[in-house]
Structure formats: structure tokens, C-alpha cells
Design a protein around this ligand. Structure first.
Ligand code: PMP
Length: 283
């Protein structure tokens, strides 16, 4: 495997960064994960826009313009021979003697890797459906920034893993579901209405979420953008989640509540197919 590190393509095992990189010391950086299907990036522009927004909110300079960055992304995909998989890219404020305020004249650091993911495995997971647990949302007020500061998300995902679940849906202080530790949360209520939380500072504006909503609009599938309670989640007709690595993934159990008959719901299965068709068309 080959990694890109600040201007160089290096064998993955030799790729490293400085101990005083602010990403390491303060989680002072942002990232993106981009899906690769048939060797092509899905929603490249959406990811670039979100990346630039995250950088802007943290006042980190972009290490280069979007054009050259996209060329490096293509090169990382090519050098790793990725047909189906993901690109991970991370930009931190750079290397400086440890001190909390922004350092002056520091060059932002850019790291990129790519890895293969098996479509077959993804499909098998989707056909079985996954389990989800709920946990309190203990994150900060800027979940709209795709920051590498992910400790609460790590704790949430581990809580899920400890209970043999795939994902943890986080719940805010009002008992409303925010999102998964690395996914957006959706329900289909007993009226058959597709529901997901509106974007705000409380969740990450998922690129998969946005693309699925666009496809639903095109197909005339009705949806509601509103917060939903844990109770609505437990009693939903269907539950699913979205992300760049999971696509649209049916959920068949939430905490102790079996969803529907314990198999992926028909709407979730259809929406996964709609999203997979969208990826095929884009690739
Ligand atoms: N929410 C959070 C907290 C995430 O980390 C992610 C994955 N980056 C998502 C939602 C899904 O976003 P996307 O569809 O852009 O992968």
C-alpha cells in the first residue's frame, strides 16, 4: 500500500508525521472519506465543498487548491489499485511547538491513504441487516465540522462493539436521536414516511445523506426532515443508516427492540438499491 504524505508517495509502513503535528497533539485537523466505485470517486464535489467548509470554520489554510488535491486523490487510488473502496484524507494545521493558539506561518499537513472494500461483503451485511444501540450524545456544539477530534465517536462505537452491534446512534439531552458515531440515522415510521434529522451544528451533513435525499426527490419519494425520539426509533417500521463506507444499510434491531420482523425492511432495501444505482451511474 502507498500513502501520500506532504508531497511524497511512500510505502504505507514508512509513512509517518512529526510528533509535534497539531493533529497529533490537539486533534487540530479535519478529514474526509470518499467512496470509490469502479475506480471513480462518488460525490467528489460534495466532499470538496464540505472539506473547504470544515477548513474555513477552523481557519486552517487549504494546503493546495481543489484541482491539484483531486489529482493527488486520483493518483492515490491508482497507485493502490483500488477499484471499490475508500480514500481517507486528512489535513491538520501542521507542525509547531506545542502551544494552544494557532501558530504563525505553519504549513498545513496533508495525508492521504486508500483502501479496498469488498462490495460482496457490504452486500452480505446489508442483506442480513445490522444491530444498533443508543448512547448519550456527549459531543460538542460543532458536529457540523468534520474534525479528527473523534473521541466521543470512538467511545460510542466501542459501546456498540461491546454489545455486538454495528453502530451506536447518539441521543441528545432532549431524547432526540442525532446521528450514528460515523453514520447518519434514518427511520421509516408506521405511516411509511422516511424521516431523518435536518442538518445543523448538531450533526455532520453526510454526503451520502444528501445524495440519497436528492435521489428521493427525483423519484418523488416523500420524506420529512425532522428530529425523531428514541421511542420513535424503537417503534419504527424500518430503520437504516447512511455513510460513505456503509452506503444505505438496513438496521434490524435497536437496543432490545426488533425492528419489523427482524429482516431488512422493504423501503430500506429499495433505498439501498436506489443509492447503489446512483453510484453505478456516477462511476
Ligand atoms: N455522521 C458522522 C459523525 C460521520 O463521521 C459520518 C462519516 N463521515 C457520517 C455522519 C456520514 O457522512 P458521509 O455520508 O459523508 O460519509
Amino acid at each position: 500500500r502507498i500513502a501520500y504524505v506532504n508531497g511524497q508517495y511512500l510505502p504505507h509502513r514508512h509513512a509517518s508525521i512529526h510528533i509535534e503535528d497539531r493533529g497529533y497533539q490537539f486533534a487540530d485537523g479535519v478529514y474526509e472519506v470518499v467512496t470509490i466505485v469502479n475506480g471513480k470517486m462518488i460525490d467528489e464535489e460534495g466532499h470538496m465543498e464540505r472539506l473547504w467548509r470544515s477548513l474555513g470554520e477552523l481557519q486552517i489554510d487549504a494546503p493546495m487548491k481543489a484541482g491539484p488535491l483531486k489529482m493527488i486523490m486520483r493518483e492515490v487510488v491508482r497507485r493502490n489499485g483500488v477499484v471499490n473502496g475508500i480514500i481517507y484524507l486528512q489535513i491538520t494545521r501542521g507542525v509547531a511547538p506545542r502551544d494552544h493558539p494557532f501558530p504563525k506561518n505553519t504549513t498545513p499537513a496533508l495525508v492521504m491513504t486508500a483502501k479496498r472494500l469488498s462490495m460482496d461483503k457490504s452486500e452480505r451485511t446489508a442483506q442480513a441487516g445490522v444491530n444498533v444501540v443508543t448512547v448519550p450524545d456527549i459531543r460538542w456544539d460543532r458536529c457540523d465540522i468534520k474534525s479528527v477530534s473523534l473521541l466521543p465517536n470512538v467511545l460510542a462505537k466501542q459501546a456498540a462493539k461491546d454489545k455486538n452491534a454495528y453502530e451506536a446512534f447518539q441521543v441528545d439531552k432532549n431524547g432526540m436521536v442525532t446521528e450514528g458515531s460515523s453514520t447518519n440515522a434514518w427511520i421509516v415510521n408506521q405511516d411509511g414516511k422516511v424521516i431523518t434529522r435536518p442538518t445543523s451544528n448538531e450533526i455532520l451533513a453526510g454526503i451520502t445523506r444528501a445524495s440519497l435525499l436528492r435521489e428521493l426527490e427525483k423519484k418523488g419519494v416523500e420524506f420529512e426532515l425532522r428530529s425523531f425520539t428514541v421511542e420513535e426509533l424503537h417503534n419504527a417500521r424500518e430503520v437504516f443508516l447512511t455513510s460513505s463506507t456503509s452506503y444505505v444499510l438496513p438496521v434490524v434491531k435497536v437496543d432490545e427492540h426488533v425492528i419489523g420482523n427482524g429482516n431488512p425492511g422493504s423501503i430500506s432495501v429499495t433505498l439501498r438499491q436506489i443509492y447503489r444505482d446512483f453510484m453505478e451511474d456516477a462511476s
